[in-house]
Design a protein around this ligand. Sequence first.
Ligand SMILES: NC(=O)c1ccc[n+]([C@@H]2O[C@H](COP(=O)([O-])OP(=O)(O)OC[C@H]3O[C@@H](n4cnc5c(N)ncnc54)[C@H](OP(=O)(O)O)[C@@H]3O)[C@@H](O)[C@H]2O)c1
Length: 258
Amino acid sequence: MLLDGKVVVVSGVGSGLGRAIAVQCAKAGADVVLAARTESRLTDVAEEVADLGRRALSVPTDITDDAACQNLLDSGLAQFGRVDALVNNAFAMPPLSDLATVDLDDVRSAFDVNVLAALRLTRLFAPALAERSGSVVMINSAVLRHSRRTFGAYKLAKSGLLSLAQSLAAELGPRGIRVNSVAPGYIWGDNLKWYFDYLASKRGVTPQDIYDETAGTLDLRALPEPEEIADTVVFLASSLARVVTGQCLDVNGGEYHH
Ligand SMILES: NC(=O)c1ccc[n+]([C@@H]2O[C@H](COP(=O)([O-])OP(=O)(O)OC[C@H]3O[C@@H](n4cnc5c(N)ncnc54)[C@H](OP(=O)(O)O)[C@@H]3O)[C@@H](O)[C@H]2O)c1
């Protein structure tokens, strides 16, 4: 039970990695605070956490809003009295078009959610985290490791998030707070399954063919599942990682080496 007795706040609890992070943290013994805008999804994940015998607090939150984030902190502390880890997972897909033509307002609003909101939450939670020698985990992406066309705005946002994590590690380290990043590549979840079904029907092959072709490019020949990525978050939030800070752990089955 790596997180026994700890309280973990997860931002952006959707059906994908956010849910998996909350559930794996609960399996590791943590109580969790769940934040996203869609209350019904938070309620579903909270039920899963309760079924595991841990406590979950759902706090509908728009992380681009100062007052909503303050409410998230206040609610978490009122319920549990402490916070040991903050996972900045929330994500808004930046526009997928070339930087030469991309709409700058779309880039700016994606930056608000993917970078500035992580800063907003981290500095708001810092005093509570300092009391517990706590840690922050930023969910990044393998987009850091390539520069393919149309991914420029995504890479810009995630590179900003990486820089934020590293600078915060330096600022918050003296207060005993660790700040790390996890960079997944493919995640074998509902979205990718849907996309592989679509590709398969377009190319007249089976979804398994697409899976095998894609997995064949990874050292481990299997696409990581959400829970497998979430387990690295559990590790970074745990005392096993007590001297790990300012680092980015690529969790991609060996797709890229870093
Ligand atoms: N999926 C992949 O293949 C993949 C690959 C590499 C990296 N990642 C990273 O993994 C993380 C999770 O991605 P995911 O696709 O699995 O998503 P997810 O965890 O299923 O959901 C992310 C959630 O963020 C929430 N969100 C968006 N804007 C918000 C806001 N203003 N305030 C509060 N919450 C907000 C959304 O919920 P509401 O709409 O309810 O607010 C959304 O459901 C992201 O950081 C992503 O970059 C994903």
